[in-house]
Write a protein that binds this ligand. Structure first.
Ligand SMILES: Cc1ncc(COP(=O)(O)O)c(C=O)c1O
Length: 397
């Protein structure tokens, strides 16, 4: 029987082929250096785990309000004010099953058939697919390493049409790690203020920034801009809580109400236990966030220096997240024995087979010519990974 036409529009990520192969090799006991990891390799901090255990023992184990327990929404309100000076009320906050659900519900609430959604590439893999599910049209603006994978106001301005409904910014970015400074965002102010479209700013990597970078949210630009912006954030990356499935959005009340409709007829509220843990994460000690940030910065420096010492690879040094997005296009057209490297999938497959290093092809993020490599692994693994990549790449002639 035929499945829904809607699902036929969604592509299975092209990264699956490489990922599947890596899983099979690992299962066979092969020694794979996995640089595909999309989550911090640190455990969830102890105080957060204890808050969850306490919640279970206190029978905080039932449904909460659909938009999330009021204590958690108030903790989020406090966080947004403390970190960015942004004032929200609890009914402008919705807690979701991971940040991904907030992005999904926001897109479904804003975008309708034929509406245009602008984002830049390389992009977080799920944005364009979520836009397609909503019936929207993706307008993808390519960026390259020469401009630090940043969009210019002019490029954005040229892409805006009367059909533009939403602009999505991932800041800091997955997959490039690029982070926009306050000054760079201010240059977009006029366009954002004048535009008749919403803004979605995905700030999930906000706490993982380096070189004394000061994170600045789009919603801080002006009250007018804040009134058409949905901030998406969550606990996954800052607090090493990917498996707890906890994210949230802060947005104008009518948008939160719309997102609430989607949520109420799909998952309802996320786990009450995760929510209790999430309150502790936001209001408790923040030392572990800083400790992970420092460790990631050390790894980024080490990994970037190692990667760029390899002939044929160049790499922008980003100020956020835990990924590098090296340009490997100089290796295209080369061969090693029977293997010809035509694109990033070929190269990722070659590195997996020859170096036993797993990476993600740039084409998965809409940018051919690159690979995404995560440094959410030990310095020892990174050192071994660099060594192996170097040996394999030398074989390409
Ligand atoms: C940019 C970006 N947004 C959202 C998410 C989803 O986060 P969560 O695990 O909280 O759903 C991820 C996870 O990789 C991400 O990289």
């Amino acid at each position: 029987m035929k499945l829904s036409e809607r699902v036929s529009k969604i592509i299975q990520s092209p990264t699956m082929k490489v990922a599947q192969q890596a899983i099979e090799m690992k299962a066979r006991g092969e020694d794979i250096i996995d640089l595909t990891v999309g989550e911090p390799d640190f455990p969830t901090p102890q105080n957060i785990k204890e808050a969850a255990i306490k919640a279970i023992n206190n029978n905080f184990t039932k449904y909460t309000v659909n938009t999330g327990a009021i204590q958690l929404r108030e903790a989020i309100v406090k966080k947004l004010f403390k970190d960015h000076g942004l004032s929200y009320s609890a009914n402008q906050i919705i807690v979701s099953t991971g940040a991904k659900q907030s992005v999904f519900n926001a897109i479904q609430s804003i975008v309708f058939d034929g509406d245009e959604v602008i984002t830049s590439s390389p992009f977080y893999v799920s944005y364009p697919e979520m836009v397609k599910i909503a019936g929207g049209v993706n307008i993808i603006l390519p960026t390259t390493e020469e401009t630090g994978f940043k969009l210019t106001p002019q490029k954005l301005k040229d892409a805006i049409t009367p059909k533009t409904k939403l602009f999505i910014l991932c800041n800091p970015s997955n997959p490039t790690g690029t982070a926009y400074t306050q000054k760079e965002l201010e240059e977009f102010s006029e366009i954002f203020e004048g535009g008749n479209f919403y803004l979605l700013t995905d700030e999930i990597y906000e706490k993982l920034v380096y070189d004394n970078f000061k994170f600045f949210s789009v919603a801080q630009l002006s009250e007018k801009i804040k009134s058409k912006t949905v901030i998406v954030n969550g606990h996954s990356k800052s607090y090493s809580m990917t498996g707890w499935r906890l994210g949230y959005a802060a947005a104008p009340e009518e948008l939160v109400s719309a997102m609430n409709k989607y949520q109420s007829h799909s998952t309802s509220a996320t786990s009450s236990i995760s929510q209790a843990a999430g309150i502790e994460a936001l209001l408790g000690q923040q030392i572990t966030v800083e400790e992970s940030r420092i460790e990631f910065e050390k790894r980024r420096n080490f990994f970037h220096a190692g990667l760029t010492s390899i002939e044929g690879i160049s790499c922008y040094k980003p100020q956020g997240a835990f990924y590098l997005f090296p340009n490997v296009s100089k290796l295209f057209g080369k061969t090693a024995g029977e293997t010809k490297i035509n694109n990033s999938i070929d190269l990722a497959m070659f590195l997996l087979a020859d170096a036993k290093v797993a990476t993600v092809p740039g084409s998965a993020f809409g940018s051919e010519g690159y690979l995404r490599m995560s440094y959410s692994t030990s310095l020892q693994n990174l050192e071994e990974g660099i060594k192996r990549i170097k040996v394999s790449i030398t074989k390409l002639k």
